[in-house]
Design a protein around this ligand. Structure first.
Ligand code: ATP
Ligand code: MG
Length: 280
């Protein structure tokens, strides 16, 4: 006999890195007593690991991995001459439409609408960055380098890699000094990924006739998506220069870095803090 569904679920919830998950699913027992005895041993061990991490977080660390990662990303980008901008979480419907996202788009259905649909909780940072870039492009010399790091919201069907509230880091450079935009983009991605000491692969995908998107993958998990302009959307935002940009999910980066089995450990939560499950 195997662990019961409830026992399997409990092990998965408590197991930070997924080390015990295959055992939870596969292990066979010859009697109920043996199974219960083994389950209790595993459960106690995992509770202790979670407690230890939680105590360490509350007593010693002062900040979660997520917040620390955000800080080190901000510091790196400042060193690379990117300026951190701060824009509203509440996004006008018109600005989402200006991104080419309309009712029939799958992303539209993932949006949390507020104020009778006039606004939404931003599902991405790109519209606000586009807006500011269009403004700065009129008055400042290029290159113009800005980024934002902050909450984004998407209705997601359940899964271990999606949160309904997550933290996006989006950077954009307008008018890079080199003509080789791909090289510039790849160099920015490389600097971020090497700061985090994460091995990654780039996967190119054609999106429209003149554009491609480049996904950043860690062990097959998408941690970021990048793009190069000019893009057909640019005109609507008063942009005419070339640009490179990339958006990372910060919880995805931390999840890969810490080898956690579920992104929920990292996100805003009352069940987990800094990866550890509260004993509830
Ligand atoms: P996915 O295909 O994994 O759902 P996406 O391609 O829709 O992601 P993008 O719009 O490219 O996501 O957003 C940029 C990055 O933001 C993603 O590469 C991912 O790291 C992160 N991200 C997107 N949606 C979520 C989510 N619901 N929870 C956590 N991170 C997310
Ligand atoms: Mg993507």
């Amino acid at each position: 006999m195997k662990f019961t569904q409830t026992q399997q679920q409990r092990i998965i919830e408590l197991d930070l890195t997924g080390e015990y998950v295959p055992e939870a699913k596969e292990r066979e027992f010859t009697s109920v007593e043996k199974r219960e005895e083994f389950f209790q041993k595993v459960e106690q061990k995992l509770i202790a690991i979670n407690q230890e991490r939680l105590m360490d977080f509350v007593k010693q660390r002062g900040r979660s991995s997520l917040r620390r990662t955000e800080t080190s990303l901000v510091e790196l980008l400042n060193q690379l001459d990117f300026t951190e901008v701060t824009t509203p979480i509440k996004l006008a419907q018109g600005h989402l439409k200006k991104m080419g996202i309309e009712q029939e788009d799958p992303l539209w259905k993932q949006v949390y609408w507020i104020d009778e649909g006039k606004y939404c909780l931003r599902p991405m940072l790109a519209p606000n960055l586009y807006y500011l870039l269009g403004y700065f492009a009129n008055s400042l010399d290029k290159p113009i380098r800005i980024f934002e790091i902050g909450p984004c919201f998407r209705k997601e069907s359940k899964g271990s890699k999606h949160l309904s509230e997550f933290t996006m880091l989006n950077l954009v450079e307008l008018g890079p000094t080199t003509e080789d935009l791909t090289a510039r983009l790849e160099s920015l991605i490389e600097q971020i990924m090497s700061l985090l000491e994460l091995d990654y692969e780039l996967e190119e995908e054609e999106s429209t006739v003149y554009n491609k998107t480049i996904d950043v993958l860690v062990d097959g998990v998408e941690v970021g998506s990048a793009a190069i302009g000019p893009h057909t959307l640019d005109r609507a935002w008063n942009i005419s220069d070339p640009w490179v940009g990339v958006g990372f999910g910060v919880e995805r980066l931390v999840m890969c870095k810490e080898e956690f089995n579920n992104i929920k450990r990292i996100g805003r939560s009352l069940i987990y803090q800094d990866g550890a499950r509260l004993n509830i």
